[in-house]
Design a protein around this ligand. Structure first.
Ligand SMILES: [Zn+2]
Length: 129
């Protein structure tokens, strides 16, 4: 695809706000702009296939047993990274779950089915598996 040149003009009021904020935070206006863009875009896509064969086999066994997280569908050792807040009526009665918006949460070390049931690995429902 051929590169296309674009010209953007940042409105003066927005630029002034950016400069004022960068001065207040002791950062360059470029750093403030990049932080705002990163927050808007969410976490970078993860590199899949970071698991060893043994860990992937263990994760497949866990998924096949139905051990996936109720909230994110993955496997993780600590609290679910997709959950922003839990509200309880009492200590056994969950009242409300607030999730992070799609693309706004960092899956961290969470393993998802698509990470371990890639091509070459049978799906749990596969007749050959
Ligand atoms: Zn989860």
């Amino acid at each position: 695809m051929a590169a296309t040149a674009h010209s953007f003009r940042i409105p003066q009021a927005l630029w002034d706000a950016l400069v004022i904020r960068s001065l207040g935070e002791g950062k360059t206006s470029t750093a403030v702009m990049l932080e705002a863009l990163a927050a808007h875009l969410g976490p970078a896509p993860r590199e899949p296939d970071a698991l060893s064969d043994g860990d992937a086999a263990e994760a497949r066994a866990q998924f096949t047993k139905g051990a996936a997280c109720l909230h994110c569908g993955g496997l993780h050792l600590r609290a679910c990274p997709r959950v922003r807040r839990l509200s309880w009526r009492n200590k056994e009665d969950l009242a409300e779950v607030e999730y992070w918006a799609a693309g706004r949460w960092d899956p961290g070390d969470t393993v998802f089915p698509e990470d371990v049931f890639a091509e070459g690995h049978p799906e749990p429902s596969s007749p050959s598996g």
